[in-house]
Design a protein around this ligand. Structure first.
Ligand SMILES: N[C@@H](CCC(=O)N[C@@H](CS)C(=O)NCC(=O)O)C(=O)O
Length: 106
């Protein structure tokens, strides 16, 4: 897989998840201050011009931190990154959304 990320940004969380799951991936550095995310080659991959972006082994592109994290967790159940019951999973998503969507932005 290919992870498009900026070190020190929220995308580092996806990098940590990929490492935690011991998955093979290549990290592509997107330099936000110099505007890498607004360049046509990156917009062709993620028209929202945000990071993180994960290009999966089948070539499909997944964006949005929570969606990527959820997909990684569900795709690798033996790692037990999600509790697996509706309430537990909702609590994980609740915490993740607060950290990525609120705390991170501040
Ligand atoms: N909704 C996105 C937000 C992620 C986000 O805020 N990424 C920032 C870097 S930490 C970004 O892509 N910034 C690009 C920009 O500001 O144009 C997600 O959950 O993945």
């Amino acid at each position: 897989m290919k992870l498009y990320m900026t070190p020190g940004s929220c995308s580092t969380g996806i990098h940590i998840l990929l490492e935690e799951l011991d998955l093979a991936f290549e990290a592509y550095i997107v330099n936000l201050p110099t505007g890498d995310h607004t360049r046509p080659d990156y917009l062709a991959i993620n028209p929202k011009s945000s990071i993180p972006t994960l290009v999966r082994d089948d070539g499909s592109v997944l964006t949005e931190f929570q969606a990527i994290a959820y997909w990684l967790a569900r795709s690798h159940p033996r790692a037990r990154l999600l509790p697996g019951d509706a309430d537990g999973d909702a609590r994980v998503i609740e915490a993740m959304d607060y950290v990525v969507g609120t705390l991170h932005g501040q």
